[in-house]
Design a protein around this ligand. Structure first.
Ligand code: NAP
Length: 536
């Protein structure tokens, strides 16, 4: 069995950067294990029509090297899935990473041996490797949520999940297509499929607030400006709680007069994108303020959608604006004005089962040639818990996290020494521009391993007390935030029936979180214990 200093699981944004710095800065022997046959992580699997990032390309890039940043030109304001996949392949080649990535290597078991202080890593293909350190760079949205609809086997049509899209794009030309799900993914895929399908039936359980992306092609001068503004953008992202390149508003919506407020909403709507939720400072904590945003979006939708029944269904919100991850779109609401598109309310009339020819709801049958599930993910913990991870004294991660994930800083788990998580549960991760959170984590982990090498430590492990204290801080950070009022949101495990219902990410902001992590490393890792073996 080949032994490595470090095994990294996953070759997305996180795994690639972690490999680069552990191998090229610390000189470690490192291998990345990747389930797919290419790099990309989430951007490998989510190749559905319309897949594109909601963060602007100039910010959704690595920032650790200005040379690397300048060597790549994005072609649109928001990068498409194929372009991000090409970008990650470019980074991989530029840094000569591919030779240390083993593809088609899905991890099934991770077992820690206390006797040897070694992790053995069992792959689904039968191979086995071992390592001193394991870094799980498995992504936060990588384990698909496929609802169990009875009688799937009798359905004659095709079934696709957006999070596991086939390499060879299926064709929907002249087909009757159904889509379940109107989250960020559904909102992207629906307008694209509507353009080609003979008929599209959208099965909506909960309407979502969406703001226009206002995507556009980037000109040569846009690209040059992004390069010139590298330092400025970097600073803005460092100080933004979500790692985005704009400043926070300090104006309350409720304290702003209606004319001014609508002017600011209009400007944000016209500008498009995720910054809409930062139009005012109190949208996520104050009812009155939140309602102004919610009503503004409702009005916009009602102005776009011609059929009033459809418009009512699309605005029948059951949660405050921003309490679920707000999507952005290109022609989502306009799509419902097409003659070939039909919106079905499955909250009122739930899906009962598949039939031979389609889907049966409580009041009708819908004939379909293909069904697309845009039903999201078992987020943040799904992929970790699906690997069988055993730590000290044979404790399994599944048992240890029975009541919810317990980590210190979302980086390390008591009883699981030398196992690090990138953007793990308890970190700001999914509430941020992911590459910023990923770079911060990978660098923290690399610095920590360097500290261990210098001090000849064998193990590092979060203490139980530090993890319990950190999870208290996670709850504290979200108190009073509307995130807690969207009961079905994946932030709360609400989309998976059997999951503990706890708020998972740290909502205190990436800026604050970075300071907390820096303070921990400066204190020689307060909250962690190190051990040395007798050989040292
Ligand atoms: P999601 O936000 O969890 O949305 C899933 C959708 O499927 C919801 O409309 C949900 O309805 C519906 N659904 C789930 N199970 C169902 C069932 N059993 N029956 C009927 N409907 C069901 O998933 P997502 O849209 O894939 O997005 C997940 C996250 O991925 C996003 O929040 C975002 O962070 C990320 N993402 C990012 C981008 C981007 O940057 N461009 C694009 C896509 C996704 P309910 O609301 O009623 O539960």
């Amino acid at each position: 069995m080949e032994h490595f200093d470090a095994i990294i699981i996953g070759a997305g944004f996180a795994g690639l950067y972690q490999l680069h710095i552990l191998r090229d800065r610390l000189g470690l022997k490192v291998k990345v294990l990747e389930k797919a046959d290419g790099v990309g992580g989430t951007w490998y699997w989510n190749r559905y029509p319309g897949a594109r990032c909601d963060t602007e390309s100039k910010a959704y890039s690595y920032y650790f090297s200005k040379d690397l940043y300048e060597a790549w030109d994005w072609s649109e304001r928001y990068p498409t899935q194929p372009e991000i996949e090409r970008y990650l392949n470019f980074v991989c080649d530029k840094l000569n990473l591919r030779k240390d990535i083993q593809f088609k290597s899905e991890v099934s078991d991770l077992i820690y041996s206390e006797k040897n202080n070694i992790w053995s890593i069992q792959l689904k293909n039968g191979n086995k490797v071992s390592a001193k350190y394991v870094i799980a760079a498995v992504g936060c949205l990588s384990f698909t949520n496929k609802p169990e609809i009875p009688n799937e086997k009798i359905f004659n049509g095709e079934i696709y999940h957006t999070g596991n899209w086939p390499q060879k794009n299926p064709t929907f030309q002249n087909k009757r297509v159904g889509i379940i799900g109107t989250g960020s993914t559904g909102i992207q895929v629906i307008p694209e499929v509507a353009k080609i399908a003979k008929k599209l039936t959208v099965f909506q359980r909960t309407p979502n607030y969406s703001v226009p992306a206002k995507n556009h092609k980037l000109t040569k001068s846009d690209q040059l400006n992004a390069n010139k503004e590298f330092e400025k953008l970097e600073q803005l992202m460092l100080h933004h709680r979500g790692g985005h390149p704009w400043t926070h508003s300090n104006i309350s919506a409720k304290d702003t007069n209606e004319i001014k407020r609508n002017e600011l909403y209009e400007r944000a709507w016209e500008n498009g994108g995720l910054s809409f939720r930062d139009t005012f400072s109190d949208l996520s904590i104050n009812n009155e303020s939140n309602e102004t945003a919610s009503n503004f979006i409702k009005e916009k939708i009602k102005n776009i959608v011609n059929d009033s029944k459809t418009a009512n269904l699309l605005t029948n919100f059951d949660h405050p604006f921003g309490s679920k991850r707000p999507p952005i779109d290109t022609n989502y609401y306009e799509t419902f004005n097409r003659k070939n598109v039909n919106l079905i309310d499955i909250r009122e009339n739930p899906i009962i089962s598949f039939t031979k020819n389609g889907i049966q709801t409580s009041n009708d049958e819908y004939e379909l040639d293909a069904l697309i599930l845009a039903t999201g993910f078992d987020a943040l913990t799904g992929t970790l818990l699906n690997m069988k991870i055993k730590g000290r004294k044979n404790i399994t991660l599944n048992e240890y996290w029975k009541a919810g994930p317990l980590t210190n800083l979302g980086l390390s788990i008591p009883n699981f020494p030398n196992l690090f998580l990138i953007t793990g549960p308890g970190s700001p991760a999914v509430l941020t521009n992911m590459p910023r959170a990923i770079e911060q984590h990978a660098e923290w982990i690399s610095d920590c391993i360097k500290f261990m090498i210098i001090n000849e430590n064998d193990t590092i492990e979060a203490t139980q007390l530090s993890a319990e204290t950190w999870i208290e801080s996670v709850y504290e950070a979200v108190k009073g935030n509307f995130f807690l009022s969207a009961k079905h949101s994946w932030y709360l495990g609400g989309n998976i029936p059997e999951k503990p219902k706890v708020f998972i990410p740290y909502a205190g902001g990436l800026d604050k979180y970075r300071q907390i992590c820096d303070a921990v490393s400066k204190s020689d890792y307060n909250g962690f214990v190190f051990t040395k073996s007798l050989n040292n």
